[in-house]
Design a protein around this ligand. Sequence first.
Ligand code: GSH
Length: 220
Amino acid sequence: MKLELISFKLCPFAQRAIISLNTQKLDFKMTYINPMDPPDWFTAISPTGQVPLLKVDGQIVFESSVISEFINDISPTSIHPKDVVQKANNRAWIDFSSTMLGDLFNLVIGDEAAFNAAKKSLFSKLSKLEAVKSNKAFFNGESFNLIDIALAPIFMRLAWINEFTDNALSITEFKKISAWSDAILEVEEVKSSVVDGLDDVYYSNIEGREGYLSTLLVDE
Ligand SMILES: N[C@@H](CCC(=O)N[C@@H](CS)C(=O)NCC(=O)O)C(=O)O
């Protein structure tokens, strides 16, 4: 099966697909596009105009959570729980975590009121996750699963923002979430899922958006 992932470098949704592909050790071609000026071939094949897209022998799979499930389906070992209720539950939390990426985006672009509203929304979701998180390294236990992959881009961006500011989004009040974030950010497939220097690109992106968060940046 020939796989090609179409994305742009800062996309957290695409990062989930990259981590899934790397965790499952599948070969794929990476193609980056400029979201501000998408090429005609991309507009022609993307139903939503969004990345990521996975091209599978010329056919298109879209939506990051579906792409990750597909990658799992074509791999010899599943990284979803076996138990069907737990699996359904994980899928629900994956959906839930996607809304946290919306909060993160609003945190980056918003004025002070929007920043505070997005932070409140994000932290309320973190507290819900804190209540259901296992006491083990990852969400379900000791194995790195799709649910952990879904959260990885969120934890990476929170860690970057805390590094760029005086811990403006510190999550230390959530003991299990903090340990979970540390464990996920140590996973090799998570570390290698972004190109070198992407943290600097994210910093510039925050600066360029000129939202309230940009006023909290500490010079690097
Ligand atoms: N629900 C989609 C969201 C993907 C998404 O928001 N992608 C952003 C980039 S990170 C995008 O393509 N934005 C361009 C646009 O919306 O026109 C998924 O999970 O794949």
